[in-house]
Structure formats: structure tokens, C-alpha cells
Design a protein around this ligand. Structure first.
Ligand code: ADP
Length: 157
């Protein structure tokens, strides 16, 4: 089966990568959909978020990274996916994710699968990483090494 992991990935963290690695084992192809929602203000533009995701995931064979600006369920249909994958860190995530999963189920036959965050990655969020980038702090342990390199390289441009 094909599975879609949608998200902002602003930027991709090791928490995301962990969920993707574990989700890829369940899927024929796992599509990582870098969402571009016109109502959201992103820290990194879409192209940068896609490039960083591709860097972070280049060693996982059955993962495809694409961007999408429409509804997640429409993207799922376009790639023949019958499941959405999301990660859960805590009860705040659960309450938010529950509403989205039920809405997606109302819109389509597509169900959402949840994987619990690995215990040592529960504290990692893209918003903390953005804060660290703003203050030029060390990102190791928060984002994959090749994403740190991508950020460093593109900062100098
Ligand atoms: P969105 O803006 O759609 O919430 P995010 O990029 O913030 O996108 O998150 C994408 C998914 O990854 C969500 O399901 C979120 O709960 C999950 N996620 C984020 N950080 C972690 C983490 N550290 N461990 C597990 N799942 C995570």
C-alpha cells in the first residue's frame, strides 16, 4: 500500500525522520508531501523545505518527496495512497490530529495511521528548531546532519 506523510517540515527534524523511517517499513511507497498552504507563513520557502527533506531522506529507498498545495486527501488520491501517516508526541498533538483525521475520513475513505514519537524525540519540534536557527544555536541532535549542512551552506549565499 502507498502511504502519505503530509506536513510543513519547516524544517525536517530528526523527529520527522524517525516517523518516516518507521512508516516506510509499512508502505510500498511512502510519499512525503511538503504542504504549501497559502494561509500559513513558513520560515523556509517551499523549495527549501523540499530540498532539505530530500537531503534528509535520500538513503531511504521507498520514500518520495513532493510538494503539494491542495487538500491532503486529493494528494493521496493522486498518488494512489489509502492511508495518511502522522506522528504523535503528546496529548496536544492528539487533540489536534484527531480533528484532522476525522475531517479527512469524512471527506474520503482515507484513514490516518499514527506512530508514537520515540521517547527521546518527544521534545523535538520544528518550532524549537526555527528558534535555534534565529539565534544561530547548535542544531545537532535536532535535525539530521545533512540538513544542518544544507542550512549552513544556504546561509552563506
Ligand atoms: P504540520 O504543520 O502539518 O503539523 P509538521 O511538520 O509540524 O506539520 O509535523 C508533521 C507531522 O510530524 C505531525 O504529525 C507531527 O505531529 C509530527 N511530528 C513533528 N515532530 C515530531 C516528533 N518529534 N516526533 C514525532 N512526530 C513528530
Amino acid at each position: 500500500m502507498n502511504i502519505v506523510f503530509p506536513g510543513s517540515f519547516d524544517p525536517m527534524t530528526i523527529g520527522h525522520v524517525d516517523i518516516i523511517k518507521r512508516g516506510a517499513k509499512l508502505a510500498q511507497t511512502l510519499y512525503v508531501a511538503v504542504m504549501d498552504n497559502s494561509q500559513k507563513n513558513y520560515f523556509f520557502p517551499k523549495e527549501a523545505r523540499v530540498e532539505m527533506a530530500k537531503e534528509a531522506l535520500k538513503d531511504i529507498k521507498n520514500v518520495v518527496v513532493e510538494s503539494s498545495s491542495g487538500l491532503t486527501v486529493d494528494y493521496c488520491k493522486s498518488v494512489g495512497a489509502s492511508y495518511i501517516l502522522r506522528g504523535l508526541r503528546n496529548t496536544t498533538d492528539y487533540l489536534y490530529e484527531n480533528d484532522i483525521a476525522v475531517a479527512n475520513r469524512k471527506l474520503s475513505e482515507i484513514d490516518t495511521l499514527f506512530l508514537l514519537s520515540a521517547g527521546d524525540q518527544t521534545y523535538i519540534s520544528a518550532s524549537i528548531v526555527r528558534e535555534l536557527i534565529t539565534f544561530d544555536a547548535d542544531l545537532s541532535g535536532f535535525v539530521p546532519d545533512n540538513v544542518i549542512q544544507w542550512i549552513e551552506k544556504n546561509k552563506q549565499k
